[in-house]
Structures are given as structure tokens and as C-alpha cells.
Design a protein around this ligand. Structure first.
Ligand SMILES: C[S@@+](CC[C@H](N)C(=O)[O-])C[C@H]1O[C@@H](n2cnc3c(N)ncnc32)[C@H](O)[C@@H]1O
Length: 276
């Protein structure tokens, strides 16, 4: 798989955030899905939970108009520095940044007309706690709109990985892969998470997109894969030698047969309302 280990990336630096932000092909399709459907409160207050480098915060601040206010919350300092420079460049007076996990941000209850989160829910340490906090800070009848990937994500990759692990003959490792896959949310689990917090789900829209690679070697060396997926993939079979060499070989065989390695990514948009 070549050069550096995927865990050597330091996401706390400005340099990393500039590069991360210039390569938004992973999060942009989710953001575009959300922006196609999300209500746009004119003159209202919007909360972007897990804003990251903040492309969605900036879009909403402009699309909802100057009379609106967007609060971007994220504990990732370097990402918020990136967002701040963008807010200053665009001269946006209606974006406020809070560097904190949502749960510790000290936001007032019943404040926001709209809460959004793009690719947040799979990343919160305690999703139930984060969603309960969203409920607390939403206005009565306020909206909560999320976009996320769900189980089924890159299933063509996981099928080959499971086949390789079956060949290794260690059931515990195969179970570890199944547990890893099951950690990603489903439409049903997300709806139930929101309803448990008190939201009423009004809209769910599913749309897939495809990430295409020439072969397995290209996939395993891609910057986003090395940053966001490979460390967890490798952790599943870290105690068994040679798994990733076999996996790369098998993925390359599949790509040769199919003409490319095409991985499906199911995207889910959910919109809920805080019951009064
Ligand atoms: C996959 S990134 C998505 C960033 C951005 N929304 C985008 O679409 O590019 C997930 C973000 O959630 C943030 N995050 C994780 N836990 C959080 C929490 N408890 N409160 C707020 N943000 C959180 C991370 O720091 C990270 O920026």
C-alpha cells in the first residue's frame, strides 16, 4: 500500500485543515443533499453541530440571508480557525463560532429555529446525548436536519474484506468486522434516536452516490481512505498477519474483472421537528 501509515496525519494543524477543506468530495455530496431539502429560516437562528471547517455554516449564513444567525459548534480548533478565516474573507457578520463539544457549549434552551448536522451523527461519542442536547436547544416546532452515511456504506469493499477474513479462518476477526460495520447508523436507528429524544420525524430521503477507483491499490492509497477509513479497517484484523496484502490483491482482481472498483455510499437526509 506504499508510504506513510494512515495514523501519522496530525489533524490539529492549519496546514492539514487547508488541504482537508480543499478536498471536500466526501462531505460535499451530503451537504448538497441537505441543502436541497433543508428549510431556510429567514431571520432565524441556525445551529450547525459538528461544523468542521464549516462549508455548510457559510452556505446557510448566505442562503438564509443576513438577518439570520448561524452558530457553528465544534471542538476541533484548527477547523474553526479555517472557518473563521472564511467568515472574515466573505465579511459575514452573522456567523458565530463556538469551540466546544455541543454538550458543553452552554447554549440557551429553546433557541434555534433550525439545527443541522452534516456527517455528524456517526462521529459523536454519545449520539443520544448529542441529540438530546439538540432537542433542548431547539425552539418548539424548530427543525433538526441531518445528512449521514448509513450501513451499506462501501459494501462492495466489505464483501471482499469478509471473504479474505473467512479464508484466514478466525471467527473472532470476522465478528470484529461485523461489529465495525454495525457501528454505522441505519435509517431505522436514526429515526428511533431522534424520536427517543422527543423529535417527530417528518422527512427521510435516501440517495446513493458512488466512489470509484481504478483498483484496490488506488483505493488503499487514497488520502481520504487513509485518513477516515483505513485505521478502523486495519484495527479489525491487526492481530492477523498479511490480511491487507491479501485484501489488496483480491480488490485488484475484482477491479480487473469489473473494469473498476465502484463503492456505493448510501446517503440519508432526515428532517425532524421538535414537538411543542
Ligand atoms: C465528519 S466531520 C464533519 C464536519 C462537517 N460537518 C463537514 O461536513 O465537513 C464530524 C465533525 O463532528 C465534530 N464533532 C464530534 N463530536 C462532536 C460533539 N460532541 N459536538 C460537536 N461536534 C462534534 C468533529 O470534530 C468533526 O468536525
Amino acid at each position: 500500500m506504499g508510504a506513510s501509515s494512515p495514523t501519522e496525519v496530525d489533524i490539529s494543524t492549519d496546514e492539514f485543515c487547508r488541504v482537508y477543506d480543499e478536498l471536500p468530495l466526501w462531505s460535499a455530496p451530503f451537504g448538497a443533499l441537505l441543502l436541497e431539502h433543508v428549510p431556510l429560516p429567514r431571520g432565524g437562528e441556525v445551529l450547525d453541530v459538528g461544523a468542521g471547517t464549516g462549508f455548510l455554516s457559510v452556505e446557510l449564513a448566505q442562503r438564509c440571508g443576513a438577518a439570520s444567525r448561524v452558530v457553528a459548534v465544534d471542538p476541533w480548533s484548527a477547523a474553526l480557525r479555517r472557518l473563521r478565516s472564511r467568515v472574515e474573507f466573505h465579511n459575514l457578520a452573522n456567523v458565530e463560532l463556538i469551540e466546544s463539544p455541543l454538550e458543553d457549549a452552554g447554549l440557551a434552551a429553546n433557541r434555534f429555529d433550525l439545527i443541522v448536522s452534516n456527517l455528524g451523527v456517526n462521529n459523536f461519542a454519545d449520539p443520544a446525548r448529542a441529540v438530546a442536547e439538540c432537542f433542548r436547544v431547539a425552539k418548539p416546532h424548530g427543525a433538526f436536519a441531518l445528512a449521514t452515511n448509513t450501513q451499506g456504506h462501501m459494501q462492495e469493499f466489505y464483501e471482499v474484506y469478509a471473504d479474505v477474513l473467512k479464508g484466514v479462518g478466525t471467527p473472532a476477526v470476522l465478528r470484529a468486522l461485523e461489529e465495525h460495520i454495525a457501528r454505522r447508523t441505519t435509517a431505522g436507528a436514526l429515526v428511533s434516536l431522534l424520536e427517543t429524544a422527543g423529535f417527530e420525524v417528518q422527512d427521510t430521503i435516501e440517495r446513493p452516490f458512488a466512489m470509484r477507483f481504478a483498483d484496490g491499490t488506488a483505493l488503499l492509497n487514497h488520502h481520504l481512505v487513509r485518513l477516515a477509513f483505513l485505521p478502523d479497517w486495519m484495527a479489525v484484523s491487526e492481530d492477523v498477519d498479511g490480511v491487507f496484502e491479501s485484501l489488496e490483491r483480491r480488490l485488484n482482481e475484482v477491479a480487473l474483472k469489473r473494469g473498476e472498483l465502484r463503492l456505493s455510499v448510501p446517503m440519508l437526509y432526515v428532517k425532524a421537528e421538535k414537538r411543542a
